[in-house]
Design a protein around this ligand. Structure first.
Ligand SMILES: NC(=O)c1ccc[n+]([C@@H]2O[C@H](COP(=O)([O-])OP(=O)(O)OC[C@H]3O[C@@H](n4cnc5c(N)ncnc54)[C@H](OP(=O)(O)O)[C@@H]3O)[C@@H](O)[C@H]2O)c1
Length: 237
């Protein structure tokens, strides 16, 4: 496949976990990918690993201007887009009464504000693709009403509702919008929030990436809305 035939994706949060595996898989499938994150070194490593089909773009999505700057970069490099994967996310675990305002701000700005603005900005870029689509990453946490992650869960619930409504709005433009909501996945997020977890109950990040790729291969007549991913039931466990 030559460069002009490759599909073009923008994947946020590509320096780690689900986003990194998604970038790897898309490149392996012949896509060209712009991947983002704050960690310059990891972006360089991915560039070395994946070659010229991967373009790293360092951005802190909690900064107000970052979504616009990132979209301009994508437009400059690719002209248009076939896929936007809004995967970057952060969490905070603890008693609500202890949650610092800056952590509330970080969750709202990264998990929700930047996702909304990137969806908005991507519309003109996705319109020129025959199969333009957005995959937003939600979470089963949105449905569990678990304590100590109320703000995280609320951002993900908002992502899911926003995505359902946007799917209707963008349907006449032939742009799909779906949400993939994983259950606990084996990534760095647990270290980042200081939670010790039994990794045996988690699903591997490369498997979530396979589901994200699957979303790009749906028949033309089908959408899933929100796809909840659970760990496969294992008798005796
Ligand atoms: N792991 C799970 O159990 C699980 C379950 C359900 C849903 N999810 C969702 O899946 C998505 C990916 O999470 P993950 O589990 O793969 O976590 P992860 O390994 O911690 O990766 C998070 C990614 O988001 C990026 N990121 C975080 N804050 C950012 C910021 N301010 N600006 C730009 N990028 C930022 C990180 O990049 P830098 O550090 O380089 O900035 C990293 O690439 C998230 O939306 C998460 O909520 C995860």
């Amino acid at each position: 496949m030559n460069e002009s035939e490759s599909q073009r994706a923008l994947v946020t949060g590509a320096t780690s976990g689900i986003g990194r595996e998604t970038a790897r898989l898309l490149v392996a499938e012949g896509w060209r990918v712009i991947g983002t994150g704050r960690d310059h070194e990891r972006l360089r490593d991915l560039n070395n690993e994946l070659g010229e089909r991967f373009i790293g773009y360092a951005a802190d999505l909690s900064h107000p201007g970052a979504p616009d700057e990132l979209t301009h970069f994508a437009e400059e490099r690719f002209g248009s887009l076939d896929l936007l994967v809004n995967n970057a996310g952060c969490s905070w675990v603890g008693e609500m009464a202890e949650m610092p305002a800056h952590s509330v701000d970080a969750l709202l700005s990264v998990n929700l504000r930047s996702l909304i603005l990137l969806c908005r900005n991507a519309v003109p870029l996705l319109r020129s693709s025959a199969r333009g689509q957005i995959v937003n990453i939600g979470s089963v946490a949105a449905h569990l009403h678990a304590d100590r992650i109320s703000v995280y869960s609320a951002t993900k619930a908002a992502v899911i509702t926003f995505s359902h409504a946007l799917a209707k709005e963008l349907a006449p433009l032939k742009i799909r919008v779906n949400t993939v909501s994983p259950t606990g996945t084996d990534t760095e997020v647990f270290e980042r929030v200081g939670v010790d977890i039994d990794r045996d109950i988690l699903i591997p990040a490369p498997d979530v990436a396979k589901i994200i790729l699957l979303m790009t291969q749906l028949p033309d007549t089908v959408d899933v809305g929100e796809l909840l991913i659970a760990r496969r039931f294992t008798p005796g466990q």
